[in-house]
Design a protein around this ligand. Structure first.
Ligand code: GLC
Ligand code: CA
Length: 594
């Protein structure tokens, strides 16, 4: 069945659960092993799930799933060469299962010269030897499936590596078979690129290629030439790549940089804005080479294929308005299921007012929301929201929020243990080329990509060899082994929230209603489903706060909440809604009934 039933909602009277213990080793109750490697089981018919009991809520699997992003270079190193790999990931699946995630998104592991650490792909249908091989991937898929964890890959559509066979052929002559798979133009004159477009990573977006005396276009590094999506052969080849992986049981893709697929064929210059960026280039509005409407035709096509496999499409969609975000869901909800809303990650302070505003906007889009607070391109949430004094409490406050909103959360590895950014101290240390070009204003993305902290031992248990990036400073206190033993750790809190979410229909399916909307310190909301609701209350300030709720307008006339989970010690049983005291940065979740 394509859309599967959350079986637990079918049993009457299950209700919300009592406060839960730190850790559950029980198999994920919703876990349906993902499609296995065989083509026949990967191909699912979409309709059979619809005929189930009318009382059951039928939702697509990705709406109740928690996704976890893995940067494979930095997750776990099984062969001790200092770089993480697929077998490393496989060895940590029990950990991920205990944590309570339903799907992993692995950033690119395909063969690559690693200029952009995998986002420069030289073969879309294989594995880079530093990460393993297709057999290792098969084992990872199988082992993940046994634990009810689905595997989502990263698909780099906009560009290939300059070492991809297509590009090697394209640049060999103007008449080559693949010439028109990329974007080639004459310069305006000697040493003059075709127009003023800039690369996101610094300098002109045009690279002169003396062999054929033309420029090629690259939105990212020069080693990442843009594909020409106006050529149907490009589309066919990439659509086939998705089938290749779906047939191996992959549950979907995170589509890299989809907003950059198309460019204005007339090459109009972009408007220049005041000031300069970290690379010393004039600021620019990417009006003619970003977010062009032609993208939507491609997304519809990708979605048609994904639907044949019950697969999900997540988008790296940098939008500047809710209107733009709406477009990515598709007018008929026939494009991306989960376009990422980065507007949310750009609220860099703990501000209930700002969060409420973003959440309301996102809900108004009509699409199913996606929530994330960090990834491999953004400074870690631990630093962005932390105040330097209460960072652990703040990390729990953020988890208490984004894992309990109405929508699908995407975690970033290490967030659950409070991993912090560790930026390079000198330019010579920088690995990310962007950080070399932008130094010191833009130090690149190494800081948020440091090795996962498994233990307090050498190299944080990531590898027996010196890792490709140094381990972050806080590994002695913030690591999986230590935090698993501490019931008050960030990790223990993540486990509890995820377990509560999994077992609580209101958190998975309920409406979101903002409460006490004028409160600038405490973020509160109700997630209500049928005759129950979860009240979520988060003190986002460093002072104790008192709050009071009247839930009668929401149809809950009760004066009490039954405590489900809180960061405050010594609180259990029921609390009066009219006089709730919150410690600094406290999270409280309680059940209310009609
Ligand atoms: C996306 C990726 C980023 C990469 C870029 C080019 O933004 O998240 O890491 O450098 O695309 O592929
Ligand atoms: Ca492009």
């Amino acid at each position: 069945m394509g859309k599967w039933i959350l079986a637990l909602f079918m049993s009457v009277g299950l209700g919300l659960c009592a406060p839960i213990s730190a850790q559950s080793n029980a198999p994920n109750p919703q876990a349906k092993p993902p499609a296995s490697q065989s083509k026949s089981s990967a191909m699912k018919s979409k309709s059979s799930g619809q005929s189930k009991a009318a009382t059951a809520d039928v939702r697509p699997w990705w709406q109740s799933a928690v996704f976890y992003e893995i940067y494979p270079r930095s997750f776990a190193d099984s062969n001790n060469d200092g770089i993480g790999d697929l077998n490393g990931i496989t060895s940590k699946l029990d950990y991920l299962h205990q944590l309570g995630v339903d799907a992993i998104w692995i950033t690119p592991f395909y063969p690559s010269p690693q200029v952009d650490f995998g986002y420069d792909v030289s073969d879309y249908e294989n594995i880079d030897p530093i990460y393993g091989n297709l057999a290792d991937f098969g084992q990872l898929q199988t082992a993940a499936g046994q634990r009810g964890i689905r595997v989502v890959l990263d698909l780099v559509l906009n560009h290939t590596s300059d070492q991809h066979q297509w590009f090697i052929d394209a640049r060999s002559s103007r008449n080559s078979k693949h010439r028109d798979w990329y974007i080639w133009r004459d310069g305006k004159g000697p040493q003059q690129p075709p127009n003023n477009w800039e690369s996101l990573f610094g300098g002109s977006a045009w690279q002169f290629d003396p062999k054929t005396n033309q420029y090629y276009y690259h939105f990212f590094y020069p080693q990442q030439p843009d594909l020409n999506w106006r050529n149907p052969a490009v589309k066919d080849a990439m659509f086939d790549v998705t089938r290749f992986w779906y047939d191996r049981g992959v549950a979907g893709f995170r589509l890299d940089a989809v907003d950059t697929l198309f460019e204005d064929p007339k090459l109009h210059d972009n408007p220049i804005l005041p000031g300069k960026n970290a690379f010393g280039d004039p600021n620019m509005e990417d009006q003619y080479n970003r977010n062009l409407p032609e993208i939507h035709g491609i997304l519809k096509g990708l979605r048609k294929i994904a639907d044949q496999y019950d697969a999900v499409l997540i988008g790296e969609t940098w939008t500047t308005s809710i209107e733009q975000l709406k477009d990515y869901y598709g007018a008929d909800k026939d494009e991306l299921e989960l376009p990422m809303d980065f507007m949310f990650t750009m609220v860099d302070k703990l501000s209930p007012t700002e969060f409420r505003k973003q959440i309301a906007a996102l809900n108004s889009s009509g699409g199913w929301p996606v929530y994330l607070i960090g990834n491999h391109d953004i400074e870690r949430s631990y630093n962005r929201y932390g105040d330097g004094k209460h960072n652990d409490a703040i990390a729990k406050a953020m988890a208490g929020m984004y894992l309990t909103l109405r929508g699908t959360p995407i975690m970033y590895y290490g967030e659950e243990i409070g991993m912090a950014n560790d930026d390079p101290k000198t330019k010579a240390e920088v690995k990310d080329p962007k950080g070399k070009l932008g130094w010191p204003q833009d130090k690149g993305r190494d800081g948020e990509r440091t090795p996962m902290q498994w233990t307090d031992k050498v190299n944080a248990g990531f590898s027996k060899t010196r890792p490709w990036l140094p381990v972050a400073d806080n590994y002695k206190t913030h690591n999986v082994a230590v935090e698993l033993k501490d019931p008050n750790s960030i990790l223990a809190f993540y486990q509890k929230v995820l377990a509560l979410r999994r077992s609580t229909p209101a958190l998975l399916l309920g409406d979101y209603v903002a409460l006490n909307e004028n409160d600038v310190n405490v973020m509160s909301y109700l997630r209500s489903y049928k005759d129950k609701a979860v009240l979520v209350v988060i003190n986002m300030s460093s002072e104790p706060q008192r709050v009071s709720f009247n839930l009668t307008p929401q149809g809950f006339s009760t004066g009490q909440a039954k405590t489900l989970l809180t960061t405050m010690n010594g609180i259990s049983g029921s609390l009066r809604l009219t006089e709730m005291s919150l410690e600094p940065f406290a999270v409280y979740m309680g059940e209310v009934s009609r």
